[in-house]
Design a protein around this ligand. Structure first.
Ligand code: FAD
Ligand code: NAD
Length: 471
């Protein structure tokens, strides 16, 4: 084993949090090492998360649209066939192109990349079990933990990624199952449920709560999302809990029970997708060797500058507090390096957008109506339906609405909630508005190009303080 010089920064984990921090540190002239055990950079997001799921969402949508939504547009197609193997290859090409791109960025910014598994052996030292064999000790003035998260298992259902799958299996099935039960109607359940439903699977989503979409989604928008997804063929069982399953037969049998009233039934499924959330991943990191502990949810505890109780060891991304989102991890990667290098950094946790990439997409930023209500602030709501937006109508894609919540006294925008075409792109304007403390009148008096979907955003803003023009 060779002993390296002490680096300015050693990063454990090459996911979005870790790789962004590494590039930023390189740009700041720091000597930086990033250790990743997966074999490729980009973490969950690039390898088995955001990127592959969006590749499948995009192409399954195209397939579904060609099957069901061309005639009225004056396009006659025949003999449409699914080539699942090629769809998976297209996904793999997107993934490998992007992960290799990060390796290139590491080289460009002078980041040392070590392939292996890191564990703390001291407060300034980690031992790396190298992927190629052997060990290496790496020392750092500062150490950043960015080890991410993993799927929360469902007790009693053993994941084999073939029949009982997590999202990792759901992006890699080699045939279209006839039936799939999804446990958990959050973002993963609805995105991956949409993919397989479009490709021909009969999908049933079992959700413990009374609404879909996971934490944060506005109740009104969630209802609208459920309605459209139902129209697309996805079945929902809300307020329902899964008691357990039997995998011994050809079909998996899941026992479910109504959360209230206790009515029981058994669901048959070829494949069961477990999508009940993710939990921080810190296994094998040797935290006990340096006395670092996690909270009851497995999160590493930090202060507002990402420091653990050992101040030169910081934590960012999915393995600590906050929403488990790639762009949140990315912001923290930049801010953590700035704290180390300059003594200050900044992430506005009140302006982190969420996007669900179903069709139509659902996107939001800031507080939802219930949260505003609970805060006691007086508020007003403006909505505008895409059915009254010229571009959405032109595109024959006009399901959904924009809902804007503004402070009744100051007119400051508190939350933006969109279900509709390209909601994920449209929400950027809402995020910027919240970041800059814009009022709804600021938006309503800003010229938006015609004909674009963004006019729905402007008109929802107008509706909070006056009236929309086109509705
Ligand atoms: P990770 O990406 O999990 O990276 C951590 C890395 O650390 C891993 O590569 C792991 O191998 C490595 N590691 C762990 N322990 C060690 C060790 N001891 N030594 C060396 N390396 C180690 N978010 C979005 O914002 N948009 C989306 O569209 C989206 N889609 C998603 C779809 C799916 C199916 C899933 C599962 C997640 C999705 N997410 C999405 C969430 C997003 O992937 C995460 O929020 C993001 O990856 C978190 O980044 P991270 O760097 O904190 O952790
Ligand atoms: P989630 O927290 O979004 O949703 C989990 C859902 O499962 C919730 O609705 C919850 O009520 C339900 N649930 C929990 N236990 C249950 C049980 N026993 N039975 C039935 N339902 C149960 O989690 P997820 O969908 O697994 O996603 C994990 C993380 O990955 C999230 O933090 C999410 O932000 C992130 N992610 C983001 C994107 C995106 O940004 N587009 C895509 C995929 C994943």
């Amino acid at each position: 084993a060779t002993e390296a010089e002490e680096k300015d920064l050693v990063i454990i984990g090459g996911g979005v949090a870790g790789y962004v921090a590494a590039i930023k540190a390189g740009q700041e002239g720091m000597k930086v090492t990033c250790i990743e055990k997966r074999g490729t950079l980009g973490g969950t997001c690039l390898n088995v998360g955001c990127i592959p799921s969006k590749a499948l969402l995009n192409n399954s949508h195209l397939y579904h649209q060609i099957l069901h939504d061309t005639k009225g547009r004056g396009i006659e197609v025949g003999d449409v066939k699914l080539n699942l193997e090629q769809m998976m290859k297209a996904k793999d090409t997107a993934v490998s192109g992007l992960t290799k791109g990060i390796e290139f960025l590491f080289k460009k910014n002078g980041v040392e990349y070590i392939k292996g598994t890191a564990a703390f052996t001291g407060e300034h030292e980690v031992k790396v079990n190298l992927s190629e064999g052997g060990e290496q000790t790496v020392r750092g003035k500062n150490i950043l933990i960015a080890t991410g998260s993993e799927a929360t298992p469902f007790p009693g259902l053993e994941v084999d990624e073939k029949r009982i799958i997590t999202s990792t299996g759901a992006i890699a099935l080699d045939k279209v199952p006839e039936t799939m039960v999804v446990i958990g109607g959050g973002i993963i359940g609805l995105e991956m449920g949409s993919v397989w439903s479009r490709l021909g699977t009969k999908v049933t989503v079992v959700e413990f709560l009374g609404q879909i979409g996971g934490p944060g989604m506005d109740a009104e928008i969630s209802k609208a999302a459920q309605k459209t997804l139902k129209k697309q063929g996805i079945e929902f069982k809300l307020n329902t809990k899964v008691l357990g399953g039997d995998t011994s037969g050809e079909k998996i049998k899941l026992d479910v029970e109504a959360a209230k009233g206790g009515k029981k039934e058994t669901l048959d499924a070829e494949v069961v997708l477990v999508a009940i959330g993710r939990r921080p991943y810190t296994a094998g990191l040797g935290l006990e060797n340096i006395g670092l502990e996690t909270d009851d949810k497995g999160r590493l505890v930090i202060d507002s500058e990402y420091r653990t109780k050992i101040p030169h060891i910081r934590v960012i991304g999915d393995c600590t507090f906050g929403p488990m989102l790639a762009h949140k991890a990315e912001e923290e990667g930049v801010a953590a390096v700035e704290y180390i290098k300059k003594g200050y950094g900044h992430v506005n946790y009140g302006a982190i957008p969420s996007v669900m990439y179903t069709h139509p997409e659902v996107a939001w930023v800031g507080q939802n109506e219930q949260e505003v209500k609970d805060s006691g602030v007086k508020y007003k709501v403006g909505t505008f339906p895409f059915s009254a937006n010229s571009r959405a109508k032109t595109n024959l894609d006009s399901e959904g609405l924009v809902k804007m919540i503004a402070d009744a006294e100051t007119d400051r925008i508190l939350g933006v909630h969109i279900i509709g075409p390209n909601a994920g792109e449209l929400i950027a304007e809402g995020t910027l508005a919240i970041e800059y403390g814009a009022s709804s009148e600021d938006i309503g008096r800003t010229s938006h190009a015609h004909p674009t979907l963004s006019e729905a955003f402007k008109e929802a803003a107008m509706a909070t303080y006056g009236k929309a023009i086109h509705y």
